[in-house]
Design a protein around this ligand. Structure first.
Ligand SMILES: C[S@@+](CC[C@H](N)C(=O)[O-])C[C@H]1O[C@@H](n2cnc3c(N)ncnc32)[C@H](O)[C@@H]1O
Length: 249
């Protein structure tokens, strides 16, 4: 496995100078194949910052998570959804367009990132999406103010091992508010040494690995884009352990 380590500043954003709008088109494969007139299609417009230093573009993980949301679009309808580390927010915007009540969040210390979330909403005429600053690992007033959520979305938030527990602790806090919350997350395999399994055990959560082919995401190009390319992306659904593991005498 090739180990890719990104400098932290490349994963955050400063004031974005220019952006370009990309189109992500989700279609129902089977219907497309059958060339039916009433084929399901949903287009999401995402403004992406040109300078890669800002990290404000769609990452390969995002298109895979968005495909999962699209595959489960009937399930997400009317659900309360929070996206963490949303960046340009492809999965969250798609969920909102599928009828979910969505909150987008990114690092509270980076208002430019939150501006990117808002720009994605505007580009898709979504006036009802709430944008807020949630920094992983911080029990902030913004986190405390959130209502219970049904689903947490997060794509490519496990890129820096020192932050893994902060992400998990934020998810844990939200699962305390609603024990049925599901955490849907995609991550890019950058090192075989990295794992969150120990942290899930510590924070009393369990994960189910979701094979990409089960939601038609085992492709190099999704949503009529060039992503995810040849990156190794994996998908997990994480939930709270309802019966904590006990040691029997
Ligand atoms: C690799 S980018 C992924 C962006 C987007 N989810 C995607 O997949 O396209 C990581 C995102 O996490 C955000 N982030 C980094 N550190 C954070 C922190 N401590 N708290 C909250 N968000 C953070 C960054 O601002 C950035 O938007």
């Amino acid at each position: 496995m090739v180990r890719q380590v990104f400098p932290k500043r490349a994963l955050m954003c400063n004031s974005p100078p220019k952006f370009t709008v990309r189109q992500y088109r989700f279609t129902d494969e089977q219907e497309e194949h059958e060339r039916q007139h009433s084929k399901s299609e949903l287009v999401v417009l995402i403004p992406e910052v040109l300078d890669p230093q800002y990290g404000m573009y769609v990452w390969p993980c995002a298109v895979v998570l968005a495909q999962y949301v699209w595959f489960h679009r009937r399930l997400v309808r009317d659900k309360r959804i929070l996206e963490l580390g949303a960046g340009v927010s492809l999965p969250g915007i798609l969920a909102a367009k599928c009828g979910a009540e969505v909150t987008l969040s990114d690092n509270a210390a980076l208002p430019q990132c939150l501006a990117n979330c808002r720009r994605s909403c505007e580009m898709n005429n979504l006036s009802g999406v709430f944008v807020t600053g949630i920094t992983w690992g911080q029990i902030s007033p913004a986190l405390l103010a959130l209502p219970p959520v049904d689903i947490i979305l997060a794509s490519d938030v496990f890129f820096e091992p020192e932050d893994f527990e902060d992400v998990i602790s934020t998810v844990h806090y939200l699962m305390e508010k609603n024990t049925h919350t599901q955490f849907w997350t995609t991550y890019q395999v950058r090192s075989a040494d990295w794992s969150i399994q120990g942290l899930l055990l510590k924070w009393e959560m369990e994960s189910i690995y979701v094979p990409l082919q089960s939601f038609e995401a085992n492709k190099e190009q999704l949503a009529h884009s060039h992503l995810p390319g040849r990156h190794t992306i994996e998908m997990m659904v994480i939930t709270k352990v309802t019966m904590p593991h006990t040691v029997t005498p």
